[in-house]
Design a protein around this ligand. Sequence first.
Ligand code: NA7
Length: 543
Amino acid sequence: MTLINGDASEKEQYEVIVVGTGVSGIYQLHKLRELGVSVLALEAGSDVGGTWYWNRYPGARFDSESYSYGYSFSEELLAEWDWKERFSGQPENLRYLQHVADRFDLREDIRFDTRVRSCVFDDVTNKWEVEAEDGFRVECQILITAIGILSKPLIPEYPGMENFDGPSFHTAQWPSEGVDFDGKRVAVIGTGATAVQLIQEVAKSAEHLTIFQRSPNWCAPLHNGPISEEEMSSIKNRYEDIFEACKSSFAGFIHTSDSRKALDVTAAERNEFYEELYASPGFGIWMGNFRDVLVDEEANKTLSEFVERKIRERVNNPDIAEKLIPKDHGFGTRRVPMETRYYEVYNQENVMLVDLNETPIEAVTTRGIETTKHNYDFDLVIYATGFDAVMGPFNSIDFVGANGKLLREKWSSGPRTFLGMSVSGFPNMFTLVGPHNASTFCNQPRCIEQNVEWVSDFVAYFFKNRISRVEASEIAENSWTEHVHESVSRLLMSKTDSWFMGVNKNIVGREEKNFMLYAGGFPGYTQRCNDIASNGYEGFNLS
Ligand code: NA7
């Protein structure tokens, strides 16, 4: 780090700035330190962890098998860390990331409580000036964003919200001191992956829980359980194979799709396979199913009908079961929330489901929530209403690229990137887990390691070859953006409204589908990135 002199303009200088210290920022910082470049990471929170720092609500846990989620880059780290549960919970996940930060001495190069406000590129010096909300300013040659895709919580606006007498908060802004539901009348708004995890926990102790549902989701059993010492030691012996398997799977999970098509087998065989998947842990039913269930409507229908039967079996009241069954999309075409006795919660006396399609929320009152039909009194209102996903974190920072161009203006009709890692007009900037990056539809740490290692190699190349400016070409960006949209068009998810497809009913102008992720598969993406690097970073203008 060097300091530029001069009173008003005094600011620190680094070769690289990393914004964010979640799973991607932590590893990026570590890799850059190994390379020997001067680097500082800026973190909005008071500690590392990103998603696992902010999302402290009860029930928050991996949907990936824990041992497939941890970092694979350090044999020592793999050997010393024991996962306790098949799908580890938030407190342990945060402890793990804190342990990684400590173990590799990363904290000394992180400035905490630093929320970045703007990043401005200087066309003359080819440097970025980064400014935080507290006035901290720093300059760097390369800017790397590690800001996640689900880090901008979104609370819908209801008249009177500010008047509610009790506590109310978003699941990603959970009070760090915890929340006691005992004897409380609790409202949860939303029934996405977060709400499903939370509802199972709140229902255990709340005096009464009211769930406000706008759209039901297809959920599947998680089948969590402890990992014994013997099991953990066997996992440790198999780590290499596990990570290899993840690398060759479509989305970085241990689950890979079955080579058969759903309609090529008899109804009995199909049912038997669905039963097996429904009884198995994790995303197998989503990622390890017949190879056509996510692309063919008829195949998908057989799976949706199977899960529908399960919901009807598990929910005692047929009217409530009916409301919990999605009618507008098939299984797996949106993010599948993973559950543990979620459907049974609706059999409890202390739980009520309010269908917002029948009775929309009109206002929040001092005492609770008013729908078109009832006034409900609550002690606590929880918004499990999701995020301004993918572009939200980028739109929250003023990224000003070459010629004064604003990123949010450039992306006003949707993201345009090269590999989801670079944006034409925004030189010397890399976006880990950016829009249209394979890591957006992935068991994230697996794709994050690929992202970080590829970017780190590029950074090494940049400094070794004394490059001062690197930027994706417009041609490369156009062709990648076209490829991203083309690759999703064959999947049924492209026909369903969801945050994958960029639809958010709470944001004006985000009613139309505009794909935010990359669904062309992790192995192909990795190959493409590697080919580009071997061809001297083809598609990038270097000067
Ligand atoms: P999601 O999946 O975006 O879910 C948000 C939920 O909140 C969903 O059920 C929404 O219903 C509901 N919602 C949002 N706005 C409203 C309003 N205004 N009124 C009623 N209900 C509303 O976010 P999650 O946090 O659950 O999960 C995000 C990701 O985190 C998840 O995919 C995992 O990858 C981890 P809607 O479907 O929009 O009708």
